[in-house]
Design a protein around this ligand. Sequence first.
Ligand code: HEC
Length: 184
Amino acid sequence: MSSELNKLLCAILSAFLVYLLASFLSELIYKSEEKKKIKLSYYIEKPELAEPNTNKNSEKTKITKITESELTQLLEKANLEKGKIFVNKNCASCHDFNMPIKNKIGPSLANVLNRKIGQMENYKYSKTLLNMEKEWNILNLYYFLEKPKDWAAGTKMSYRGITDSSKLLNTIKFLRENSLKNEN
Ligand code: HEC
């Protein structure tokens, strides 16, 4: 009788163990499935990530096509004070912004607006800027400062450009207002 009882207990116990093991295993499998799913969706998203990049490019071509009046409008909303702070932090080590004109590592930008590109007196420009034959209107400032080395391949300005468009607009606003102020 007691061995019968033992057998019964044994059976119940092993059934319970099997149940535990099964649920543990299924949990494991489920979790790894879950992980796979996360990984999978991650990898599926990658090609989609490449798309926003191409979107970025089309955005860039959109930016490249920006008109002067669109830019003027955007500049109205730009923040002059923030532009000044940004320029002091990012440009002032190489450029001076005040009268009288003083060149540093880079040419003075005190009167940069509407100035001929590459024509500040007593400054030794790269051939690229020297031969550009355009002037620094807001549009050219925009392209140049967004990606100096793309817009003016061969420039010796070792600054990588302003990728944040609101910072870029603030900067141009400061350059413009500062030039106008210095003209008067
Ligand atoms: C590491 C130094 C350095 C920094 C930082 C720098 N520049 Fe320059 N910049 C130069 C040099 C050098 C040139 C001359 C480039 C050439 O001759 O190709 C130049 C040229 C320019 C010109 C053309 C001026 C002209 O007379 O044609 C503009 C505009 C300009 N920089 C704006 C800026 C602005 C705005 C910033 C900050 C966002 C900035 N730069 C940051 C070194 C610098």
